[in-house]
Design a protein around this ligand. Structure first.
Ligand code: ZN
Length: 270
């Protein structure tokens, strides 16, 4: 396991996504991650896209990704670029997603603990809307991704749980109406809090994340053949096991702060 903190800030992702989409980043977004831009362009030969699909599986730590690499290796066929990020502190779901999609630090976007108010500063969703593009969030009802970006003139789908979210996302990819589609799943986060990060149930949740991401990638391949699509596997924070045994996150330690994302570009076919 990596005992050092990663150095590339998660806040650099937002402007990176905007750069690929030709959209001016939101007001407080940190500068883009040039390393990710270069690697993605070199891998695909494509430097701009007209579709972005972000799969947001909750709580996949970098070391968990490595420990269960066999589960995730097939995801790298869809999105071959592994980008290591340090998330924001405290590594709690709404804090991290607010930073992921504003490009700003918690003190700037205003969510600094586990609470789910609507983010009022400029977000990637506002930036896309200003550029005449259509963003959409598909989430489990009442979870952070469902609540903190509400109030924009965009599409939101609130589903009962992960499977329904994925089903909805597959349907939306087929309809081909959105330029930025964010898809949130939470099964591993639920499971590790109730048991621990390596329990059978938690491992099953990781299997579900991997297979859902692959399904989404396959759907993009078949239904977005007219589009250049940037596809991402993008967790919010990591996880550690407490002395009492349960999984948790929220500490300033590499297990909670280091995350690995996967990115790839699926070029258009026609
Ligand atoms: Zn989370």
């Amino acid at each position: 396991m990596n005992k050092e903190f990663f150095t590339t800030p998660l806040t650099s992702l937002c402007a990176t996504l905007c750069d690929f989409a030709g959209v001016k980043p939101p007001e407080f977004a940190a500068p883009s991650c040039e390393e990710l831009k270069e690697r993605l362009t070199a891998q695909s030969g494509v430097s701009s896209v007209d579709r972005i699909l972000m799969y947001n599986p909750d709580a996949v730590a970098d070391y968990i990704y490595d420990k269960y690499y066999d589960k995730f290796a097939p995801c790298e066929a869809v999105a071959p670029i592994r980008q290591r990020f340090i998330t924001v502190y405290p590594p709690k779901t709404p804090v991290c997603f607010a930073s992921m999609y504003t490009g700003a630090l918690p003190e700037k976007h205003g969510i600094t603990k586990y609470e789910k108010p609507v983010v009022t500063i400029d977000t990637i969703f506002d930036a896309f809307i200003r550029a005449g593009k259509k963003p959409c969030i598909v989430s489990v009802k009442n979870q952070s991704m469902d609540k903190i970006f509400k109030g924009r003139d965009m599409a939101y789908f609130s589903e009962t749980y992960d499977d329904e979210v994925v089903e909805r996302a597959l349907e939306l990819i087929e309809k081909d109406e959105h330029d930025l589609l964010c898809v949130y799943n939470q099964r591993y986060d639920d499971s590790m809090h109730r048991s621990h990060p390596n329990s059978k149930r938690s491992q099953h949740a990781l299997d579900c994340y991997a297979s859902s991401f692959i399904k989404l990638g396959e759907k993009v391949n078949t239904c977005w053949e007219k589009h250049d699509t940037l596809i991402g596997f993008a967790p919010d924070h990591g996880v550690h096991r407490m002395i009492i045994g349960l999984g948790n996150h929220g500490s300033n330690i590499p297990k909670d702060m280091n995350i690995s994302h996967l990115y790839g570009i699926i070029p258009k076919k026609i």
